[in-house]
Write a protein that binds this ligand. Structure first.
Ligand SMILES: NC(=O)c1ccc[n+]([C@@H]2O[C@H](COP(=O)([O-])OP(=O)(O)OC[C@H]3O[C@@H](n4cnc5c(N)ncnc54)[C@H](O)[C@@H]3O)[C@@H](O)[C@H]2O)c1
Ligand SMILES: O=P(O)(O)OC[C@@H](O)[C@@H](O)[C@H](O)[C@H](O)CO
Length: 381
């Protein structure tokens, strides 16, 4: 069995590639980073190390790579594979769509591959695979779309494993937290799909993706943004400060209220889930930089993402949003120079003011109470 995985980065090697390989897939990584591609091609294996006391290592073998810039090679790999996965960043999905679309054309014309293909985006977003499907379909003509309707499935998924920026001398070595969870929407898969060890299949992904995004990722980015405001460079140092931790905890109570109401979770169980997540953030064997966790603030401030969506849902229910508003405010203080989204956000704040910038990126009216609260918090920070 062959799997083509887009993105040989941290989560690609440290989580998805590992699970695919354990399940018996021969994994081909497609990446635009030539250092990674060459190293994978040359060695055909890499090491995953657990961030815990045991520092247990596992070698992922039998892997290879292709240059993600080579449309022809990507399309051929899509044509030959049994499964496609991605971990490139949700904003990059549009850039990999052309290779997938061309590969689907090849599959359509080669009679031997008239069989189902699953394409699973493993990104931190609601409906990642659905977004990828839209990008791919925009490049297919009517006949190709009809073929894809029959043979190609885009189940959404939720993935959870903290994999920080790696500082190892070996560019392929990847250190990961021990915990992982990969949940896939079974209702959007071929009826006769073969389940894979290490993946949880569910009929309704919404509670899983929202619980993950609005707990792990909401808490994480607020730790990064508030931590940055307090001068910390890692999540571990930030969370060790009670001032930061209390804002993160407060925000997770706010998102928790929404999640419990929306999905009928048991409140006690959800509180335990929050405690478990906070425990993962302080893992002393990991060093996770606030620049990584806070990266792409425009994406994180977008209406459907981890800050604004739960804040709007909470507000609509008459629930408090003070800590989420502090997170939104702190995102506007996050001024690290090498992130293009930070540069854009800071430039709009300088030009038009924080209220106008926030309104632009969050799609909230300037007079919206959540936005007004965030602006108030911004000026107090
Ligand atoms: N790191 C984590 O803790 C974690 C956990 C869960 C989910 N995620 C999600 O996984 C995705 C990847 O995150 P990451 O931390 O691994 O980032 P990363 O930057 O380490 O990896 C992304 C990889 O994609 C590659 N890439 C970029 N453009 C490409 C293209 N056109 N074709 C092929 N490859 C391309 C990059 O070169 C890079 O190697 C993101 O959506 C992230 O939100 C990350
Ligand atoms: O990858 P992002 O930029 O969406 O979010 C940064 C981190 O919060 C994220 O990568 C977490 O480490 C991960 O989602 C844990 O499962």
């Amino acid at each position: 069995m062959k799997a083509l995985h887009f993105g040989a980065g941290n989560i690609g090697r440290g989580f998805i590639g590992l699970i695919l390989s354990r399940a018996g897939y021969k994994v081909t990584f497609s990446d635009v980073n030539q250092e990674l591609v060459h190293a994978l091609l040359e060695r055909g294996e890499y090491t995953v190390e657990l961030a815990n006391e045991s520092k247990e290592q596992e070698t992922v073998t039998g892997v290879t790579a292709i240059d993600g810039r080579d449309l022809q090679k990507v399309a051929e790999a899509v044509a030959e594979t049994d499964l496609v996965t991605t971990a490139v960043g949700v904003g990059v999905l549009k850039h990999i769509a052309a290779g997938i679309a061309k590969g689907l054309e090849y599959r359509r014309h080669v009679g031997t591959v008239q069989k189902p293909l699953h394409i699973i985006a493993c990104e931190n977003a609601i409906g990642g695979s659905t977004q990828l499907k839209e990008h791919v379909y925009a490049l297919l003509d009517e006949q190709a779309q009809a073929y894809a309707d029959q043979y190609v499935y885009f189940p959404d998924s939720a993935v959870d494993r903290i994999v920080p920026i790696q500082n190892h001398a070996d560019p392929l070595h990847v250190q990961v937290e021990p915990f992982y969870e990969w949940v896939v929407d079974r209702s959007r898969m071929a009826p006769a799909f073969k389940p894979m060890e290490g993946v949880v299949y569910v009929d309704d992904l919404e509670p899983y993706i929202e619980r993950k995004l609005f707990t792990v990722n909401t808490g994480h980015c607020i730790a990064a943004y508030i931590g940055y405001v307090h001068g910390y460079d890692t999540i571990q140092k930030a969370i060790a400060d009670e001032k930061v931790k209390s804002v993160v905890y407060g925000a997770l109570q706010e998102t928790g209220g929404v999640l419990v109401k929306r999905f009928g979770f048991n409140r006690e169980d959800h509180m335990q889930y929050i405690v478990k997540i906070l425990g993962r953030f302080v893992n002393p064997y990991l060093t996770d930089e606030v620049t990584r966790v806070g990266r792409s603030p425009l994406r994180k401030l977008s209406p459907n993402d981890r800050l604004v969506r739960p804040a709007l849902l909470a507000h609509a229910e008459g629930m408090p949003v003070t800590h989420l508003a502090m997170g939104i405010a702190a995102a506007c203080k996050f001024d690290v120079s090498d992130d293009p989204e930070v540069v854009e956000l800071q430039s709009l704040i300088r030009e038009k003011g924080v209220a106008s910038a926030l309104s632009h990126y969050t799609a909230m009216e300037q007079g919206h109470p959540v936005l007004a609260e965030a602006v108030k918090q911004y000026h107090q920070m």
